[in-house]
Design a protein around this ligand. Structure first.
Ligand code: URA
Length: 240
């Protein structure tokens, strides 16, 4: 038995908070009767949200090494290849968070709405490690600025870790590793932009304890049950 709002969130229909709202607004029925927040339901119960029956699907979790030129969405209105197209599954999965069209690297895809909501919740502060190839020679002074916070769209970014991996003095480029725990839109590119640098290439190498070991670009694997449990453990500890 599980709490109703959790089951609705797990189905990917909406967040747990939104599910509570819908229950309060009498938009959720269990076995044909109006539901109440916190009620326990099992697999045998028929759950209807805004007239839609909630499907009970096995949860699946994938870790993809996203290539460039693939869009991070489940469906693209311009008919471009999506990250979901790269994964062979009959389940209705979606990406957790987003990587830009030209960004490569680690992306989680799942049909577990609860995990997706937790991973993208600002409170979760999941660590994400990016490696950026930047046009120009990045100064140590600017590395310090990236670490202590820069203004993007008028808001200061949280403390981060930035370090120079190497310079290419001939081509005038710098490879920088940037570790952040926020998820603002185009955050890494905008952080560099705020200091006058253009990001030429961007790759996400790590998210929490998950990395790309053993995965070439375009390849993916399932998360192990142990990894899923560990992720939930980390995320739930941050919510309290
Ligand atoms: N930051 C960006 O600018 N782009 C991404 O794809 C991810 C983080």
């Amino acid at each position: 038995m599980e709490r109703l709002q959790k089951v609705i969130a797990n189905s990917g229909y909406c967040s747990r908070r939104k599910a509570e709202e819908l229950i309060n607004d009498r938009k959720v029925k269990v076995n044909g009767k109006f539901a109440v927040i916190g009620m326990q339901v099992s697999d045998k119960d028929e759950i209807e949200v805004e007239g839609n029956t909630i499907a009970k699907e096995d949860k699946v979790y994938f870790l993809l090494n996203k290539p460039r030129g693939v869009v991070t969405t489940a469906k693209d209105d311009k008919n471009r290849t999506t990250v979901v197209d790269l994964i062979n599954t009959s389940k209705r999965i979606y990406p957790v968070g987003r990587l830009d069209y030209d960004t490569t690297g680690l992306l989680i895809l799942t049909n577990d709405g609860e995990l997706a909501n937790l991973l993208t919740h600002p409170k979760s502060e999941i660590e994400k490690v990016y490696v950026a190839k930047v046009k120009g020679i990045v100064s140590y002074e600017n590395i310090k600025k990236l670490s202590s916070g820069v203004y993007i769209d008028g808001i200061k970014t949280a403390k981060a870790k930035a370090k120079i991996i190497r310079f290419d003095k001939d081509k005038k480029t710098t490879i920088v590793e940037l570790t952040i725990h926020e998820g603002k839109n185009h955050q890494v590119k905008k952080m560099f932009e705020s200091l006058g640098y253009e990001v030429l290439k961007l790759k996400r190498e790590r998210e929490s304890f998950l990395d790309l070991q053993g995965l070439n670009v375009g390849e993916y694997r399932n998360l192990t049950p142990k990894e899923v449990k560990k992720l939930y453990g980390e995320l739930n500890s941050k919510q309290n």
